[in-house]
Design a protein around this ligand. Sequence first.
Ligand code: RUG
Length: 830
Amino acid sequence: TSEAACAPSLADTGRDIAPAADSVANLREAILRRLTYSVGKNQASASEYDWYLAVVYATRDRIVEGWMASTNAAYVHGPKRVYYLSLEFLIGRLLGDALNNLGLTETMRAATRELGVDLERLRTLEPDAALGNGGLGRLAACFMESMATLSIAAHGYGIRYDHGLFRQVLKDGWQQEYPEDWLALGNPWEFKRPEVCYRIGFGGAVEALTSPDGATRYAWKPAEYVEAIAYDTPVVGWRGAHVNTLRLWSARACDPLQLDVFNAGDYVGAVADKMRAEAISKVLYPSDETPAGQELRLRQEYFFASASLQDALRRHLKQYQEVRSLAEHVAIQLNDTHPAISVAELMRLLVDVHGIAWEEAWKITQGTISYTNHTLLPEALESWPVPLLERMLPRQMQIIYLINALHLDSVRKSGHTDARLIAAVSMIDEHAGRRVRMGHLAFIGSHKVNGVSALHSKLLKQTVFRDLGTLYPDRIVNKTNGITFRRWLFEANPGLTRLLADTAGEGIYDDPMALRKIAPYASDAAFVGEFAAVKRQNKVALAKIILDRCHVKVDPDVLFDVQIKRVHEYKRQLLNILETVALYDAIRAQPYLDWVPRVKIFAGKAAASYHHAKLIIKLANDVANVINNDPTVRGMLKVAYLPNYNVSLAESIIPASDLSEQISTAGMEASGTGNMKLALNGALTIGTLDGANVEIKQHVGDENIFIFGMTAEQVAQRRGRGIDMRETIARSPALREVLDAIGSGVFSPDDPGRYAGLVDILTHHDHFLVCEDFDAYYACQREVAAKWLDRAAWWKASILNTAGMGWFSSDRTIAEYADEIWKTQAQKKE
Ligand code: RUG
């Protein structure tokens, strides 16, 4: 397909970054053996997909021994183990990653060439493993790779969804969702472990049992059981030195069917229980920062938390023969509130199953668990109705009540009796029907709670966890997110990687801070020329993808202005669209001016139920239609909305970007990680002082980033004055004109009223302050254009972005977690 033809080439460095001992002949023979004995084909009859399978198996074989060695060494040397519990892992493709980390890319390329197959084409046959919605899931995938790279004995635990994030199709500009089927042809990376199987209970009742010594024990008798079956994927670190496991759980009914019902002729009824059980791992919830609010979601959360904890305890018992020392040897990280039920479940397992006294079990739980918060948005902070928890997880609800009672007792004992404070720190929210605040449960059950950027962690202390933070002042810490440079630089941008290594030395492969060494070349004409040539080559490749998928022809020499992320009001794609329309108006009004030609590139999915976000996608496409077909703009401005944004598409867009749009309402984006990937690849950021933008500014230098708009404090103040924007709009003729045009149907002649509601919201209830920031943003975009015209200044800033981004390696982030939260070190050599 043309998709294959347009994909960036696999670590096309001309040499293996981390050369391995394997020879081309060895690999060629290994592929052929796998083709014959695992795929069951000969060379003459093998399809491209058969070759792909054979190549993956041959690659995987080179990981497995290291995997076993790492696993054994963890038992022998006993480093503290880390369990990373995440409902999402947004992995993408694995072949390029594995080859790159093993140092086998070029050897494999040569081996496949000798067999008459093209490695690039094979690579594009791999479906993206999209078991996540966005930044949170991608962060988990980067962390897995960094933990392996740093030789930390870690397991990732999550759910093996049959269907990951939906496939987005744009039909007449409207988002349509289709199920994605990444497992349709099997998954050659994973190992099914049918023997690793846990029974997960739901519903039923709790029985109090009094033992002969008079003590009361509680036994949960679930009404229903579902089995959790493990599937393991090895995660190989940089240079292949250490391999960890990503263990994903699949749900299976205890009985495949009800035979009596089947024999009575009710074939559908006979498998109803099986369907209900297996629905748990059917689909990833397509929500990002919006509450799913579904019972099935809670079943998913408990299912994977319980299976993972049972598995961790089993491993601990095997190694240490008792559970009391758990906190000494195990760190469990909760990735967001989704696994927060783990606090109650670990208590249940320790107290009810392993017979540990409550106080000791609580110490163990708190000592073991820590929690990462990823959002301040109130609607994304999970809470579950008490009656639902009571019905689905009755023993866990009892435990939550008891944890809460003891917690509130200790609050009162420490002298805090104020009713407002007690209500605020209680795990039970009494406001709108009784609900359990899962963030509070995670906070109280953890020894450390972290935010994901300096600003976010500061705001956590001031807002959602203000009162809890005051009671436990040492608990909240910051761990600014990071990205793995192996995927987001070495693999996604091999041309740039080669240039950086040639200039700054091979040290950049192991020490991201060594990127600083290219700073002195930021004005060196020869280096700038090569840097620009790499960018141009990447832009040519992206232009092909845009032509192919959007039918928009773009000139690779224009400014590529990129906003790629989930579509959400707080991320303010709308602000970008309004500016696009204002620029369109300005170009038409004064066509003779020296406009900087640019293409606005958008990509991103909206949650299926988020109608407003879907309307924003439609607006971007409507605006694109009008502008791209208007001869008066003469290519000065184009708009392209690339459908079905995923990890692989990001790998093509990011190396080709000139300008990175990070324009969220200040205080609302916890961190962002796309901002880091783009800046690392030399895009200049236009952004607000939000999330990790603040730290990116510190690292790349104030003069190499475009900052505009209100700060988080100013946002709070502005909202305090109300969010009616009529006066603001009245002061801005450009904004008025844009809103009039959109609201009156200039971009939707087929349905002139389509955007009347949207404009009405912006005018009267502009919670995300799009209007208030509009003028500053428009002005800042003109500064961008001015800088673009000064080519030397632009390239200097671009190079200094790449040079300054070393700190944002996820290796640094993971090292901080290991030191300050998990208290673990690299595992000794296998
Ligand atoms: O929105 C946040 C991003 O700012 C952040 O970079 C990412 C990783 O920390 O997590 C995102 N996020 C938050 N995704 N889902 C949530 C809901 O809590």
